[in-house]
Design a protein around this ligand. Structure first.
Ligand SMILES: Nc1ncnc2c1ncn2[C@@H]1O[C@H](COP(=O)(O)OP(=O)(O)OP(=O)(O)O)[C@@H](O)[C@H]1O
Ligand SMILES: [Mg+2]
Length: 292
């Protein structure tokens, strides 16, 4: 084990007890991963492969069934101020202004009132929303709300930023703009970021490494190193031939996993499963090979 790793994910498995006696579902299986201080790691994988479950474990919202996660050498046993979380849904308090939403997160960590205000304004400025400190969430666009959520997660100065499809609900243009902005924030703050997405473009633009997870039970199937892009708009970086090559590598790793998770395989036909459609968790359980 390297001692410098910011995050050390060590043989992490998560099994859920499903509805019905004796049934269990392996969501994440034997995941091992080291994430360095200041690294931007992106995780991709088919829907239902256990990405959010893994992030929940890093957040401390869920405990692993076996294995452990160390942050700065210490086991994660619950949520903590050393980790900031951004979900797909903004989860802002509607009755509080943008600044008050940030202050709320700081209250829990015992920061004095005047400093809370200062820190809130400073972080709204970081995401370009200094002029909207007194706006309520309903007065902000989706992209602005997500920028408030990002500012809130950074305001407590966490060691690790955990982001689960944070731009998934936004339109393509807003998403591009926020990707560029997040990269700039990452460079400026030097935070360690673990980011889940469904978008290969987004993964290759943002990540220094892209971890591809297998179909459930989710394992780390491949780790793809991504070249360091020049400071440029997302659209310019995408025009780089190296960008196309990296995207292709990620896609090749992902393709079979998506096919498997959909119940068919493009390269390895499984006649019994062809055409099977997943409709909700119950059906999934009946079909899944990992159900005990
Ligand atoms: N609390 C829970 N109880 C039982 N099963 C769960 C629970 N949470 C997740 N699961 C199951 O674990 C598996 C992984 O779910 P998870 O949400 O981690 O997938 P995901 O990779 O984030 O998917 P998506 O890309 O659709 O967000 C799924 O089969 C899901 O049904
Ligand atoms: Mg998810």
């Amino acid at each position: 084990m390297s001692t410098e790793a910011k995050l050390h994910i060590d043989h992490v498995t998560k099994t859920f007890q499903a509805r019905g006696a004796g049934q269990s579902l392996v969501a994440v299986q034997d995941v091992n991963l080291e994430i360095q201080d200041g690294e931007f790691l992106v995780i991709v994988g088919p829907s239902g492969c256990g990405k959010s479950t893994l992030l929940d474990i890093l957040s401390g919202l869920t405990l692993p069934s076996s294995g452990e996660v160390l942050i700065d050498g210490k086991p994660i046993t619950g949520p903590g101020p050393d980790r900031g979380i951004v979900f797909q849904q903004y989860a802002l308090l509607p009755w509080r202004t943008a600044a008050e939403n940030l202050e709320f997160g700081l209250e829990a960590t015992g920061v004095a009132k005047t400093e809370r205000r200062e820190r809130a304004l400073e972080h709204l400025e970081l995401v370009g929303l200094a002029d909207f400190a007194d706006s309520y969430p309903h007065q902000l666009s989706g992209g602005m709300k997500q920028r408030v959520a990002i500012a809130r997660s950074l305001a407590t100065d966490p060691e690790l930023l955990i982001m689960d499809e944070p731009f998934g609900a936004l339109d393509a243009l807003t998403r591009d703009a926020l990707q560029t902005q997040l990269r700039a924030i990452w460079k400026r703050t030097g935070k360690t970021i673990v980011f889940v997405t469904h978008g290969i473009d987004e993964a290759v633009y943002l990540g220094q490494r892209v971890a591809v997870m297998s179909a459930r039970p989710g394992r780390i199937k491949a780790l793809v190193d991504i070249p360091a892009w020049d400071d440029a708009e997302a659209a310019e970086v995408r025009a780089d031939p190296e960008f196309g090559r990296s995207s292709q590598v990620v896609w090749e790793q992902l393709r079979d996993e998506i096919a498997t998770s959909q119940g068919f395989s493009a390269t390895r036909p499984e006649p019994g499963r062809a055409g099977a459609r997943r409709v909700g968790r119950t059906r999934e359980l009946e079909e899944a090979g990992s159900v005990a």
